[in-house]
Design a protein around this ligand. Sequence first.
Ligand SMILES: Nc1ncnc2c1ncn2[C@@H]1O[C@H](COP(=O)(O)OP(=O)(O)O)[C@@H](O)[C@H]1O
Ligand SMILES: [Mg+2]
Length: 256
Amino acid sequence: MPIVIAVAGKGGTGKTTVCGMLIRALTATGKRVLAVDADPNSNLNEVLGVDIETTLGEIREQLAQKELNGDPIPAGMTKQEYAEFMMSGALTERDDYDLLVMGRTQGAGCYCYVNGLLTAQIGRYGANYDYIVVDNEAGLEHISRGVLPKIDILLLVSDSSRRGIQAVGRVSKMVDELKLNPKFTGLIVNRARDGVLDDGIREEIGLQGLPLLQVLPQDETVYRFDADGKPSSDVDASNPVKQGVSELLAKLPLAG
Ligand SMILES: Nc1ncnc2c1ncn2[C@@H]1O[C@H](COP(=O)(O)OP(=O)(O)O)[C@@H](O)[C@H]1O
Ligand SMILES: [Mg+2]
């Protein structure tokens, strides 16, 4: 079974940037990775430099509409086969990794049927990968609802602010309350000025009881790439943020 790595934290702290660089670092070692963009504000594809056709949210919507309208299913397919066929459209296949974009869930309709199929489908596809890396929104909605598989490694990303640390403190408490029981949790403090952790931030990390894994520097090149619309995971291997992500990868309990 693949190792599931979930990245979570407040918006704008660098989750997607870290996720993208992590995916690059994992595939560089020849591992098969399923990247899942589970943030409704999906932009992992931009950090990776991948064009996407559609999202699961859009497909789910189409399926729900068809069901509502009583549209016929193509001949020779069961309802389930058709739904699975449609949903596979949200998987973008690359040589070294695949990307699945969850997208938004519009409307208040019942998605239980498609969510159930999706869970089963991810369970089946999942076996083809060494790692599943999930870029989450702060609420971990897809994981808490059980649509995405259980977390093995939880990476909490914060910027270098007390509020960022408090926000990941809340995510960590929620993970406890939901009994998600990741085997490993690590805090990444991103965008540290000169790569140095401020004393006040260190104090807040202690107050929140979070296990510090890595400090990543504020970096002009990463910022520039993003501002110029270039995939920030393409920065040079010598880039300090990219190097920091490689360092943190070496600290994770990754079998094999
Ligand atoms: N270490 C860093 N140095 C400079 N800019 C960064 C760094 N990490 C992230 N950014 C920039 O901050 C913004 C938010 O990052 P992003 O990864 O999209 O955050 P999130 O996914 O948490 O919302 C982006 O413009 C990104 O390029
Ligand atoms: Mg993001």
